[in-house]
Design a protein around this ligand. Structure first.
Ligand SMILES: NC(=O)c1ccc[n+]([C@@H]2O[C@H](COP(=O)([O-])OP(=O)(O)OC[C@H]3O[C@@H](n4cnc5c(N)ncnc54)[C@H](O)[C@@H]3O)[C@@H](O)[C@H]2O)c1
Ligand SMILES: O=C[C@H](O)CS(=O)(=O)O
Length: 483
């Protein structure tokens, strides 16, 4: 087992201090491209989590008592420090998550953007004065920080998914305990270190690293001091947390799984659609919640589209994320590769044909070849499950009604994409798709300024945009009488 040099901290962060687990336990964090151990990280449990919650509670009065513009200055400094340290932070992401370094740099910029965005949103948390219904009364509405919050985040964007939550929470005046994914805790630790340098007071932002998410999650969802749970991850785990959070009626934001349709109508610009497909399907090796998962292509253009996509996909360079020109890194772990293998094998057994890829890459390990399948059908597992790998499965359709029916035939509802140059169709289809986000002739729509989130079993609430801060605020109605 080789050991890479440690260019980064590897301890949990509670109340402004970098700490080990009470019992000294640690767990290994590995490079998914090589299997090398990057660091041993503290394996905290419920007792340490309670201390993190208590630290967040102690820090709350001082933090929410600051002026919004004082919090904004600190968040903007955090933004600036992230960008100043972008290369080192990107190297950490690529080391623990595997994505190409260019994508990792983009993730740091994306994370920083959320702090910058919410620094301003925090200064515009307006209440209301409502015209009274009785002369002697006055109706006031205050918006106030919800209090101590908890964030549980995934491995695929180990920095940006924290920033999307912490930016809004801290801007609103809340404090936060973050539990990052055990596969990628190093980025969370690095973010905490930079937050401290930016002037975020002790206890306002805490990072609990653990290899036992269930125990830490049980504490976060059962401790009455925690008023809100913000989760990003699979729908299955989201359901567990919702059930647990019900006990104390904790407010919940859920950013869950996806199964995005990518519809290409006969009137589409096929070359633009291929370009968009390439961007959304193979980003992060297909490991994003908004990756196109099902390619529904009108029968008249299906063959041309699939052939062009396969030709482009076959030229994507696969390798370690630090290598120049690599655009397809490893999947996060062996189990992820085995899942993709299962989905492709089932599709092929049911009649799908491989145009390119179709199996593990020659590099071996966690590398999977960029793949395009045709003749995919609704009864295949690859149509029904979130692939989370670099595999595009093309299903032909006859008409618009069939395309919309197929697109909506999933319990997910996060992102959807379609390509058409018919403006009447654009409105019909955008209005008919049951998804929280719809890209029209565009496949990269994520932005700190836009409301990110899903419907159905893809979650509840929105992150980013002006909507993102609302979920960290409580509304208080104040009635002045005897006026
Ligand atoms: N909607 C979005 O914005 C969004 C963004 C990124 C990822 N995702 C989804 O996340 C999934 C991939 O990420 P993942 O593999 O990290 O998801 P996951 O659900 O396995 O894990 C997410 C987080 O939950 C923690 N966790 C797991 N079991 C838990 C439990 N019992 N109690 C408390 N915490 C627990 C994990 O440690 C991790 O921190 C995909 O489904 C993807 O679509 C959604
Ligand atoms: O997969 C998780 C991210 O939310 C995707 S994006 O970077 O926000 O598009």
């Amino acid at each position: 087992m080789t050991r890479e040099p440690r260019p980064f901290r590897h301890q949990a962060f509670i109340d402004g201090a970098f700490v080990a687990a009470d019992n000294g336990a640690t767990f290994a964090v590995r490079d998914p491209a090589t299997g090398a151990v990057l660091a041993e990280v503290p394996d905290l449990g419920a007792a340490e989590t309670r201390r993190a919650i208590e630290a967040a509670e102690r820090a709350l009065p001082g933090w929410r008592g600051k002026l919004a513009k004082e919090r904004a200055q600190i968040l903007r400094r955090l933004h600036d420090l992230l960008l100043a340290d972008q290369e080192r932070l990107a190297q950490i992401i690529t080391a623990e998550q595997g994505k190409p370094i260019a994508e990792a740099r983009g993730e740091i910029a994306y994370a920083a953007a959320y702090f910058d965005w919410f620094a301003e949103e925090g200064r515009r948390v307006y209440g209301d004065v409502i015209p009274q219904q009785a002369r002697e009364k006055r109706i006031l509405v205050f918006k106030q920080a919800i209090g101590v919050t908890a964030a549980i985040t995934p491995w695929n964007f180990p920095s940006a998914m924290i920033a999307r939550k912490a930016g809004a929470a801290l801007a609103a005046g809340c404090t936060m305990v973050v539990k990052p994914a055990e596969l990628t805790p190093l980025s969370a630790i690095a973010l905490a270190e930079i937050a401290q340098r930016a002037g975020v007071p002790d206890g306002v932002l805490n990072v609990v690293t653990t290899n036992d998410p269930a125990s830490v999650g049980a504490e976060l969802t059962s401790n009455p001091t925690v008023r809100k749970i913000s989760f990003t991850g699979s729908t299955e785990v989201g359901k567990i947390l919702l059930r647990q959070a019900a006990e104390n009626v904790q407010k919940c934001s859920m950013e869950l799984g996806g199964n995005a349709p990518f519809i290409v109508f006969a009137d589409a610009d096929v070359d633009l659609a291929v370009k968009g497909a390439l961007a959304t399907k193979y980003r992060n090796s297909g490991q994003t919640c908004v990756c196109a998962n099902r390619f529904l292509v009108h029968r008249d253009v299906a063959e041309t589209f699939a052939a062009k996509l396969a030709e482009a996909a076959s030229r994507l360079k696969v390798g370690r994320g630090v290598e120049p020109g690599v655009v397809i890194g490893p999947l996060i772990e062996e189990a992820a590769v085995e899942k993709v293998e299962r989905l492709v094998a089932d599709a092929r057994a049911r009649g799908a044909k491989v145009l390119t890829g179709g199996g593990r890459h020659e590099l071996g390990g966690n590398f999977y070849a960029p793949t395009v399948l045709v003749d995919a059908r609704q009864d295949m597992q690859i149509f029904q499950e979130e692939i989370f790998g670099p595999v595009a499965a093309v299903t032909p359709f006859e008409d618009e009604a069939e395309a919309i029916r197929l697109a909506n035939s999933t319990h997910y509802g996060l992102a959807a994409y379609f390509y058409s140059r018919d403006i009447a169709r654009v409105f019909r289809v955008a209005e008919s798709l049951e998804f929280g986000m719809v890209g029209v002739n565009e496949s990269l729509m994520s932005s700190e300024a836009a409301p990110f989130g899903g419907v159905k079993q893809s979650g509840m609430g929105r992150e980013g945009s002006k909507y993102g801060i609302e979920s960290y605020l409580e509304i208080k109605y104040v009635c002045l009488g005897n006026m």
